[in-house]
Design a protein around this ligand. Structure first.
Ligand SMILES: *Cc1c(COP(=O)(O)O)cnc(C)c1O
Length: 376
């Protein structure tokens, strides 16, 4: 049995004709950059999220960078975020010369802990530091929304912007609303392995604010003003390709159905693995939905995790660890001066977590096989 971690081939079979048609169309009309597919996709996805504006861009990383640039982030600014995420979240902050301030995570959801956020904001505000609190980037890890009812008011009361890193959570809901409608700007990624992915790199920013929409569109194309050769600020080359937008339009047509399938796969894992000694199945906050970018289990300890992963590997079942090294302990951020033990919850979870194969086309028998290996 060849078990993929994420099965994009089965999905491709479902949408092959539509993808082909979409790509052919771009090749025929020739608007490879900023073609009509971009606007169509932006409108459709913004609609789906119940948000006024969508701004397509080159990747999830570009989406974060553009959002921070729209808020004028620069040296001296403190941006509060989680260390339990992909590099890009904090990298975008540091690329602009600003300082990521890492906030510990909730031990059940693995998302930013609002209590620690309150502490870290107070610390930066109080101490006679050169840093000025400027914004918050919350991450919806593994597809589950962060605690926005507590994070949003905290941000607002301190005059901080709130960016939602929805790279893993596009399609998830927070108390009935799309996660992309929750903050000032939400950023998502269309990297192939994300819940909604294209066949290359891609991303999008979402906002309800017309002024932010304008800034994002300007930053996306080298800080353009009224026309391409009028540059009113610094920006980047952050455009989404027309061909990738065409791919996404085809994939988006089956995306709502895929969200349901993902939920069914997660439910089945939960059932099959309920009560297995020393393994904690994922916890999703009541009232919210996850899109299950990952299905992650918590082992008893690092040694137990190693045993579980070895057993699965011997049975030909791929697993992965997100994330083996938290960002505050990465060499790239060594100059921030963090040490082991500074963010204990994140470090503890990081030593125990691992993820199982997860995608909408995972079959019952395969899931049963995976569960039996884990139980054996
Ligand atoms: C994937 C990811 C990104 C970056 O997206 P790219 O499209 O790969 O640039 C940012 N943040 C999180 C949480 C991610 O998972």
């Amino acid at each position: 049995m060849n078990i993929p971690f994420i099965d994009l081939k089965t999905q491709y079979k479902e949408i092959k004709d539509e993808v082909q048609k979409g790509i052919d169309n771009v090749l025929e009309h020739g608007a490879y950059i900023m073609g009509p597919e971009i606007t169509e996709l932006e409108e459709k996805l913004a609609d789906f999220c119940g948000v006024r504006h969508g701004v397509g861009c080159g990747s999830g990383t570009d989406a974060l960078l553009m959002a921070l640039m729209a808020f004028g982030v620069g040296p001296g600014d403190a941006i509060f975020t989680t260390p339990f995420t992909f590099m890009a979240t904090a990298e975008a902050v540091a690329l602009l010369g600003a300082t990521p301030v890492f906030v510990d995570i909730d031990p059940k959801t693995y998302n930013m802990d609002p209590e620690d956020l309150r502490r870290k904001i107070a610390e930066v505000s109080d101490r006679r530091s050169e840093l000025k609190p400027k914004g918050v980037i919350a991450v919806d890890l593994f597809g589950q929304p962060a605690d926005y009812d507590r994070i949003a008011p905290l941000s607002k009361n301190h005059g901080l912007f709130l960016v939602v890193d929805a790279a893993q959570s596009f399609g998830a809901t927070y108390k009935g609303r799309s996660v992309c409608s929750v903050g000032d700007i939400a950023c998502t990624s269309f990297f192939p392995a994300k819940p909604l992915g294209c066949y290359g790199d891609g991303g999008m920013c979402f906002t309800n604010e017309p002024e932010l929409d304008k800034l994002l569109r300007s930053v996306r194309i080298h800080g353009m003003g009224d026309n391409k050769y009028e540059n009113v600020r610094l920006g980047i080359n952050g455009r989404l390709d027309s061909i990738q937008a065409a791919v996404l339009l085809a994939k988006f047509a089956i995306f709502p159905g895929e969200i349901e399938k993902r939920q069914a796969v997660a439910d089945r894992y939960n059932e099959l693995l309920a009560g297995v000694a020393d393994l904690t199945t994922p916890y999703v906050e009541e009232g919210n939905t996850s899109v299950w970018a990952q299905y992650s289990l918590l082992a008893r300890d690092a040694e137990h995790r190693e045993e579980c992963m070895a057993k699965l590997s011997e049975a030909g079942i791929p697993t992965a660890i997100y994330y083996p090294k938290p960002l505050h302990l990465q060499k790239a951020f060594a100059d921030l001066g963090y040490a082991v033990g500074d963010l204990p919850v994140c470090e503890g979870i990081g030593a125990r977590i691992f993820s199982l194969p997860m995608h909408p086309y995972l079959e019952v028998e395969v899931q049963e096989h995976i569960a039996s290996v884990l139980k054996g």
